[in-house]
Design a protein around this ligand. Structure first.
Ligand code: SER
Length: 339
């Protein structure tokens, strides 16, 4: 019996999963979803199949391996940077152990159907670790190869995932006689903070941006957990999905690296406040920095150099900070909360 050809998406029920699966389904792709929780009914309708389970569960991955022929994996599941600092070993288990399991599944699939399996891995701004706030301010824009000594377990795990992917692509089972060359075509993007009009993030440290928008739009006061002058890059969810599918579609011989920065805009927390006040003049925003979370955001760069992504696969952002609010966020957020 032939196995059905599918694309596997882990962390399917998360923020990025929602956007990505909608896009893949609209292209006619057969998606098999995995998430630790049952995915919502709307998302389920866009999937060929959906499994509730843990990416660390070898039995679950074995069942999927037996049932489906996987052409591509979008490995989105992860425990984010704030949550990870409360349980670093669990974060490592899920973030690195889970990634290893998925890479191994992809390599096994490649071995059994004889074709390279595309492996898309969202990495993060958290992969960076600016040693001090002065270093952050003195090195405004960083390239992919600078300052990659991350301060969070999540960031360390993302760097490990990037390296594991490169290993599976170029060196996996180097000494084995029956080794397949390039079982996995590994491609990764270091995403900035992401803002969605449809979902609110959980467990991240860039959450203050999207939280401020969604909380204020509901008419509730928002206590921002970083200083007003805090600056890191952000982008909208549609831009993040556009980046993922853009990199996935690029011819391999155009790619000079396995890991790419993408960038869109870099507002301060005060810029977020100014924008939400402009949209909702009765907004109640206060700044009460949480020193721990502040230190994490202070270790992330102000801007990322995305010239390699622009050159190799034609990345270009859709929005500025202003147009992200005016053309994407506000129409949908207002409709959602009726304000
Ligand atoms: N948004 C993520 C976080 O804050 C970064 O990838 O953890």
């Amino acid at each position: 019996m032939r196995r059905e050809k599918v694309v596997l998406v882990t962390g399917a029920g998360g923020e990025m999963g929602h956007g990505l699966i909608g896009h893949l389904a609209s292209q006619g792709t057969q998606v098999v979803a995995i998430d630790v929780r049952e995915v919502d009914a709307g998302l389920r309708r866009s999937c060929r199949d959906a499994f509730v389970g843990d990416i660390c569960d070898a039995g679950l991955l074995e069942r999927i391996n037996a049932q489906y022929e996987i052409d591509a994996v979008y490995h989105l599941a992860a425990l984010l940077s704030t949550r990870g600092e409360f349980a670093p070993e669990t974060a490592h288990h899920v973030n690195v152990g889970g990634t290893l399991n998925l890479l191994r599944l992809a390599a096994e699939q490649a071995g059994s159907h004889g074709r390279t399996v595309l492996f898309m891995f969202p990495s993060s701004i958290a992969a960076y670790g600016m040693p001090t706030l002065d270093a952050k301010r003195g090195n405004r824009t960083v390239t992919e190869d600078q300052f990659t000594h991350a301060h969070t377990m999540y960031g360390v795990n993302k760097v490990a995932g990037e390296e594991l992917g490169r290993y599976y692509q170029d060196h996996y089972r180097k000494l084995a006689k029956d080794r397949m060359s390039r079982p996995v075509d590994f491609r990764s993007i270091r995403f900035p903070g992401i803002i969605s009009s449809d979902t609110v993030p959980a467990g991240g440290t860039s959450d203050y941006g999207p939280e401020m928008i969604h909380v204020v739009a509901q008419g509730r006061p928002y206590e921002c957990f970083v200083r007003p002058d805090t600056r890191i890059p952000f982008m909208t969810m549609p831009e993040a999905i556009q980046a993922l599918v853009g990199l996935a579609a690029a011819p391999k011989d155009r790619l000079s690296r396995t890991v790419y920065n993408v960038s869109s805009f870099s507002p301060t927390a005060a810029d977020f406040e100014r924008m939400v006040r402009r949209e909702f003049p009765d907004a109640q925003v206060t700044f009460v920095p949480d020193l721990g979370r502040q230190a994490i955001v202070d270790s992330w760069p102000e801007e990322c150099d995305d010239s390699a992504a622009r050159h190799d696969w034609g990345w270009s952002p859709t929005y500025t900070f202003e147009t992200a609010f005016g053309r994407y966020l506000m129409p949908k957020v207002r409709a959602r909360y009726g304000r």
